[in-house]
Design a protein around this ligand. Structure first.
Ligand code: SF4
Length: 764
């Protein structure tokens, strides 16, 4: 039993899942949570400011805003409102708090409890052997880290982790510092979510990002939403899909669960959403088996080839295939071998359902495929996305209005951080440009991604960990191994706004470095500053906090990184760390000379709404070795579970932001008052000889023979597809071994966990 959770679930209530999302309950819940965190005045200030042209970018997710002038005065969703006010909370964690609680004691608290304590207010240190954190000055904290970094045998013994909350300026400086120090060890949260998208798209299209804009979503004839739960994870995507529908487009949802947001949306900003029945989102719902998406797109591609055979010259986009692609013949040869038996087994769908989708595809002039972690965190996530790209290319659904590929990112600036160079294997062209601008030679050797960073700590090869935002310990797989790895470090440090579990898993010395939130005003020597972010559709824009900072002792991320860099490396005329801290415009000037697409950055980002980065695919430019888009051959694959086992996916509850639950509820799924639940199809429960609502242990089994156990979950009958089960992250991270990663991308396979359910040792 994890020490993090209460094993009793006496408050657990199960009701039928909702069949629609948002509406007035969303408004009520957003306000209720906001007012539990801060005053009505601060709540209003944040809400009127969030996602406005001169306001603060919602840190909730990476979904884009409408163009300035088209924005609603309430341009946010329930989760965005909760998240911004969770950050703007009036609760504070002061030094007395750390006197009252030992680190061990904090380590036994739940993620929910830790977050609810409020904003961090001053730097704290836990010294070797100490039981408590104690205050430390900023100068001493920075010196401690710099001394440790200088004492390492090699720069590669240091790890610099970034989470997607970090703005472009801080991200650029962090990677500059790491590389000037001598390492490419820049793991990030993207390694654990959309790395499979980046790998597959870079190989096939020459760019690791989505190719569509918000206007494309509105204009599309047909949108696929695959392995994605927009109602919870990017709620304003529902507003966009509603517009697609009103413009005559249709939506096919592909999921193992009939998520409320995929079914029907009641837009609380429209009268029809408040008093009416709302808008049906999915015209067709494919209740697919976990990991069946590759087979689905292989079948759709086979059907397209056969339709072309039947009516030559009418189905495929021969101009696109001839002029802009390579590998079509090899792909087609492979695609024609697709076995319907395999497809139906892998998907759990009927052939009629797939043929119905095929008819929709034939009728659509423009198609977009959106996807998220239901696809990327499969062992065969990369081939699945390659097959999606094949599907789009067959009918030339790239580079024209209403068409394209749309990996939907979860964290607000996760895409921007990658653009800024947060990647352990940035292309040599970027490193050369960085080196030229700043007068040094960046290391060429690839660094560690997140999984390899854990391995390096586990094996004693990495001894210094700096986390800039995020909650590394709870975002990563194999919780026990990861915690042991982190504890082997000589120094761990986290730049954070609020307390989280990562602060309780300490190296010999541990630092908590409290920083400004997005909603905080950022005053520096050069005056009031703003930061910039890039959303899921490559729009780059400014974000300005308006609230008085949570404490006078906070530093911005830019300031902390600049001071640490200066203390570690000393001053160099080429890298003006003091200047960067004083005026973030000077950082943007340097970005504009290093990062393609950011020319004249300061002027362009001053425009309301910012600017869109060019996507070469939309100009029919493919930065692949051949200069063309690449059709790929992808072998049939599916997750396989032995008899008596299920494929478990981890997922978030609706009342959760990344690793942090904001309540013990999951409103849309009808689960309240507890999180140790596992959702299983009632027929599977019967076949397994189990009883609905009994307590079970989840035991994951792996091909190497190893097993992992998460104890005491309430079995909830739920309309998951047959053979598929679902339970919450991060509680089930413990079930995913560090070595279970997606092919090519190294992304943890959190959506493909083979489990058996055993009657719990604790019966409840
Ligand atoms: S959709 Fe995402 S970015 Fe937009 S308000 Fe909601 S959580 Fe924030």
């Amino acid at each position: 039993m994890s020490a993090l959770e209460d094993p009793t679930d006496e408050h657990l209530e199960i009701t039928p899942p909702k069949t629609w999302a948002a509406g007035l309950p969303a408004v009520a819940h957003a306000l209720q949570y906001s007012l539990s965190q801060t005053s009505p005045r601060r709540t209003m200030l944040t809400l009127l400011n969030v996602n406005q042209a001169k306001g603060v970018d919602c840190p909730g997710c990476a979904w884009p805003e409408a163009a300035p002038g088209k924005r609603h005065m309430n341009e946010y969703c329930e989760n965005g409102a909760k998240h911004i006010n969770d950050e703007a909370t009036s609760h504070r964690v002061r030094r007395e708090f750390f006197e009252q609680h030992t680190v061990d004691e904090l380590g036994r608290k739940s993620d929910y409890w830790l977050n609810q304590q409020g904003r961090l207010t001053e730097p704290m240190v836990k010294r070797p052997g100490a039981e408590h954190y104690e205050p430390i000055s900023w100068d001493d904290a920075i010196a401690l880290m710099a001394d440790e970094l200088r004492a390492l045998d090699s720069p590669d013994e240091a790890l610099f982790y970034t989470s997607g909350r970090v703005g472009n300026e801080a991200a650029f400086l962090l990677q500059l510092f790491a590389r000037a120090y001598g390492t490419n060890n820049l793991p990030d949260c993207s390694n654990m979510c959309h790395e499979s998208s980046g790998s597959a798209m870079t190989e096939t299209l020459g760019v690791g990002k989505g190719t569509v804009s918000l206007d494309d979503i509105h204009e599309a004839d047909l949108i696929f939403v695959v392995g994605q739960n927009p109602g919870t994870n990017h709620p304003r995507m529902l507003t966009a899909l509603e517009e697609t529908k009103r413009n005559g487009g249709s939506v096919v949802a592909v999921n193992t669960l009939p998520e409320a947001g995929l079914m029907r949306f009641k837009n609380p900003q429209k009268a029809r959403g408040v008093v009416g029945r709302g808008t049906v989102i999915a015209d067709q719902f494919l209740h697919i088996r976990a990991g069946g998406d590759l087979a689905l797109f292989q079948a759709l591609n086979l059907l397209l080839l056969e339709a072309e055979d039947a009516a030559p010259g009418t189905v495929l986009d021969h101009d696109f295939i001839r002029e802009h692609s390579t590998g079509f013949q090899e792909f087609a040869e492979q695609a024609r071998k697709t076995s319907w038996d395999d497809v139906l087994t892998a998907t759990g769908l009927t052939r009629e359902e797939i043929e119905q989708v095929h008819e929709r595809v034939l009728a659509a002039k423009s198609v977009i495929v959106c996807w998220a972690m239901g696809v990327t965190q499969q062992k065969h996530g990369v081939p699945t996305i390659r097959e999606i790209v094949n599907f789009l290319m067959l009918r030339g659904n790239l580079g024209r209005p209403g068409a394209g590929a749309c990996p939907v990112r979860g964290h607000s600036n996760v895409q921007g951080d990658r653009t800024m160079g947060i990647w352990e294997k940035m292309p040599q062209s970027f490193l050369d440009s960085l080196g030229r601008e700043f007068g040094f030679t960046p290391p060429a050797k690839h660094g560690h991604d997140s999984v390899n960073a854990i391995r390096a700590m586990r094996d004693g090869e990495a001894k210094f960990f700096l986390g800039v935002a995020g909650n590394f310990i709870r975002a990563t797989p194999d919780s026990d191994v990861t915690e042991q790895a982190m504890r082997r470090c000589r120094l761990t440090a986290h730049i954070s706004t609020k307390l989280n579990r990562s602060h309780t898993v300490c190296g010999d010395t541990a630092l908590i470095l409290p920083t400004l939130g997005r909603s905080d005003r950022d005053m520096q020597a050069g005056g009031e500053q703003f930061v910039t972010v890039e959303d899921s559709m490559s729009m780059v824009h400014a974000s300005r906090g308006k609230l008085a900072p949570a404490s006078p002792d906070l530093l911005s991320e830019v300031a902390i990184i600049s001071r640490l860099a200066r203390a570690t490396l000393g001053g160099t005329p080429e890298i003006g760390w003091e200047e960067f801290e004083a005026d973030y415009g000077t950082v943007r000037d340097r970005i504009s000379r290093v990062v393609p697409g950011f020319e004249d950055f300061n002027r362009r980002v001053a425009e309301p709404g910012g600017f869109q980065l060019p996507n070469p695919v939309n100009a029919m430019t493919f930065r692949t070795p051949s200069g063309k888009a690449v059709f790929t051959r992808n072998d049939f694959e599916m997750p396989r579970a032995p008899k008596g086992h299920l494929i478990l996916q981890s997922l978030r509850s609706h009342d959760q932001w990344n690793t942090i639950p904001y309540a013990m509820d999951d409103r849309y799924r009808g689960i309240r008052g507890g999180r140790r639940v596992v959702m299983v199809n009632p027929e599977d429960i019967e076949d397994l000889g189990l009883t609905e609502t009994q307590m079970v242990d989840l035991v994951s089994i792996w091909t190497d023979g190893s097993e992992r156990r998460a104890e005491s979950f309430r079995l909830v009958p739920y309309p998951t597809s047959r053979g598929s089960a679902a339970a919450y992250y991060p509680e089930t991270n413990v079930l995913v071994p560090l070595d279970s990663v997606a092919d090519v991308s190294n992304c943890p396979t959190s959506k493909a966990v083979v489990v058996r359910l055993e009657a719990a040792s604790w019966a409840g």
